[in-house]
Design a protein around this ligand. Structure first.
Ligand code: NDP
Ligand code: 8X3
Length: 253
C-alpha cells in the first residue's frame, strides 16, 4: 500500500520543495493550499518528475474550520492512513509595533499558524495514534524561540508551534508517532512579499546576504522522516550562515 504524506502550504516555498523531496523518497503526495492553479502546476511538475507516485490535491483555507473539517471528511481513506503530515502552511503579516498593528493581521496569523495547524493535526493524529505509526512535522521558526521588534504576534504563533509540538510528543508517547519541529531562520520564499506586500521591501530583506533556499529545509524534512522508526529528531534550528541570530545578519554589500 502507498505511503501517503500530506503537505499543507505546498503552493510555494518550503511546502513546494518538500513535496519534491518527499516525492523523491517515494511517498504518495497530498498537496494542499488555497491557490488551485499553483496546485495544478505542482501536480503536473511532480507527475513528470515522479511518474510512479500517486498525487492528490485539494484547495482550501486552513484557517477556516469548516473548510478543514469538510476536507478531512471528503478524503477519509487517505487521511486515516497518512504516514507523514507536514504542517507547513503559515505566514507573517506586517512589521508594525504592537500599539500600531492591525487586528486583521493578528487574526490572520493566529488563525492560520496556530488554529489551522491544530485543525489539521486533530483530524490526523487520532488515526496515527490508533495505527501506532506516523510522523508530524511542524514548521516552526527561529521566531518561535526569540522575539524581535515588530514581530511579537508572528513570534507568538511560532512559540505556540513549539509548545504544541512538545504537547503532541507528550500526549502521543507510547504510540510510536514521531513529532518534529523544524525551526528555520531566513529562507528565500514568498514569505517576505506576503508579509510586507511590497516587492522592493521584500527583496531588501535578503539583500547582500545568502538566505536559505526552500530546498535546504525540504532536504532536512526528508532526512527527519527517513530516520529509523526508533529515532525522533525533536527540534532543529537551521540558520543561514550569514545569520548569527534573529536580527543579526551579515550584509556583504
Ligand atoms: P510562502 O509564502 O512561500 O508559503 C506559504 C504557504 O502557506 C503557501 O503555500 C500558502 O499557500 C500557504 N498558506 C498561507 N495561508 C494559508 C491558508 N490560510 N490556507 C492554506 N494555505 C495557506 O512562505 P514559506 O514557504 O517561507 O512558509 C512556509 C512556512 O515556513 C510558514 O509556516 C512560515 O511561517 C515558515 N517559516 C518561514 C521562514 C522564511 O524565512 N521564509 C522561516 C521560518 C519559518 P496559498 O497562499 O496558496 O494558500
Ligand atoms: C520567519 C523567520 O526571522 O523572519 O519565520 O521571523 S523570521
Amino acid at each position: 500500500m502507498a505511503k501517503w504524506a500530506l503537505i499543507t502550504g505546498a503552493t510555494s516555498g518550503i511546502g513546494w520543495a518538500t513535496a519534491e523531496a518527499l516525492g523523491a523518497q517515494g511517498f504518495s503526495l497530498f498537496i494542499t493550499g488555497r491557490r488551485a492553479e499553483r496546485l495544478q502546476n505542482l501536480e503536473s511538475h511532480l507527475r513528470t518528475k515522479f511518474p510512479k507516485i500517486e498525487i492528490k490535491k485539494a484547495s482550501f483555507d486552513i484557517s477556516d474550520r469548516d473548510d478543514v473539517t469538510q476536507f478531512l471528511k471528503a478524503h477519509y481513506p487517505e487521511i486515516s492512513n497518512l504516514e507523514v503530515l507536514v504542517n507547513n502552511a503559515g505566514l507573517a503579516k506586517g512589521v508594525e509595533k504592537m500599539q500600531e498593528a492591525s487586528l486583521d493581521d493578528w487574526d490572520t496569523m493566529v488563525n492560520t499558524n496556530v488554529k489551522g495547524l491544530l485543525y489539521m493535526t486533530r483530524g490526523v493524529i487520532e488515526h496515527m495514534a490508533k495505527r501506532k505509526s506516523g510522523h508530524i512535522v511542524n514548521i516552526g521558526s527561529v521566531a518561535g524561540r526569540w522575539t524581535y521588534p515588530g514581530g511579537g504576534v508572528y513570534c507568538a504563533t511560532k512559540f505556540a508551534v513549539r509548545a504544541l509540538s512538545e504537547g503532541m510528543r507528550m500526549d502521543l508517547q507510547g504510540t510510536n508517532v514521531r513529532v518534529t519541529n523544524i525551526e528555520p531562520g531566513m529562507v528565500h520564499t514568498e514569505f517576505s512579499m506576503v508579509r510586507l506586500a511590497d516587492q522592493q521591501k521584500a527583496d531588501k530583506v535578503y539583500e547582500g546576504m545568502t538566505p536559505l533556499k526552500p530546498e535546504d529545509i525540504a532536504e532536512t524534512i526528508a532526512w527527519c522522516v527517513s530516520r529509523p522508526a526508533h529515532v525522533n529528531i525533536q527540534e532543529l534550528v537551521i540558520y543561514p550562515t550569514d545569520q548569527a541570530h534573529v536580527g543579526m545578519v551579515t550584509r556583504r554589500s
